[in-house]
Design a protein around this ligand. Structure first.
Ligand SMILES: CSCCC(=O)C(=O)COP(=O)(O)O
Ligand SMILES: [Zn+2]
Length: 218
């Protein structure tokens, strides 16, 4: 499907949703120092043919400007002539869309997601047992155990991709980059937001619980 064939309403919806999510996450302090990036897919999807709106690179995501977003294709190339640069991490979004067919991907840097990624780095995943918010991922078993994957972080973004490709799990809608941040996704913006919020809750809970166990209070 060409970019021109995608309905204008679909493109406008994506931009509006990005603006709302960006404002909400900014109010939570989830974009420190211009970090983070958000994307929402538009039009039809095939693993090798899709388009999405994404935040422009290096912007202060706590403010709104007319130059906050642009549309790119499955290779991360702008769909229209623009002076804007897509997020430096666009290729990670491309790969997650390619593998999952998700409708939205949100990436934030928080202290909790950074701390937990380092704490469990030797295991390469964060183990989570029986926490109610796992239901946020549509996993309904009270005793469920999940392992949230952690992958290596590199300044050279293409070097991050192979591990993302290898470690993405079908039933876990997120992946941690070591000492960098979380990528969470969903079928649409509502679901991706729910997943991201569940991850952030779980990271704080698991780390605090680990500390209590270590200190001998539990
Ligand atoms: C300033 S944080 C380093 C880059 C980063 O990790 C990030 O999430 C923001 O990069 P972008 O190009 O999307 O602004
Ligand atoms: Zn980042």
């Amino acid at each position: 499907m060409s970019f021109e064939q995608i309905a204008l309403e679909d493109k406008q919806r994506a931009l509006l949703e990005l603006r709302e999510v960006k404002e909400l996450f900014a109010s939570r302090g989830w974009f420190p120092g211009t970090s983070g990036n958000l994307s929402i897919r538009v039009g039809d999807y095939q693993p090798n043919d899709f388009q999405f709106a994404i935040t422009a690179s290096g912007k202060d995501k706590t403010v709104h400007t007319p130059e906050d977003y642009l549309f790119v294709d499955q290779h991360g190339k702008p769909c229209e002539q623009t002076s804007l640069k897509p997020s430096a991490e666009t290729l990670i979004h491309c790969e997650i869309y390619r593998l999952t067919g998700a409708g939205a991907i949100f990436h934030v840097h928080t202290v909790w997601n950074n701390v937990i990624s380092e704490y469990f780095w030797d295991q390469k995943s964060v183990p989570v047992d029986g926490v109610e918010l796992i239901k946020g991922f549509n996993i309904w078993d009270e005793e469920a155990h999940i392992d949230i994957p952690i992958v290596s972080n590199f300044a050279h973004i293409p070097s991050i991709i192979p591990e993302v490709t290898e470690r993405i799990q079908k039933h876990i809608p997120g992946i941690l980059l070591r000492k960098h941040g979380i990528y969470a996704w969903g079928a649409n913006a509502f679901e991706a937001k729910r997943h991201l919020e569940a991850f952030e809750f779980i990271f704080e809970y698991v780390y605090r619980w680990e500390l209590l166990k270590r200190s001998g209070q539990r």
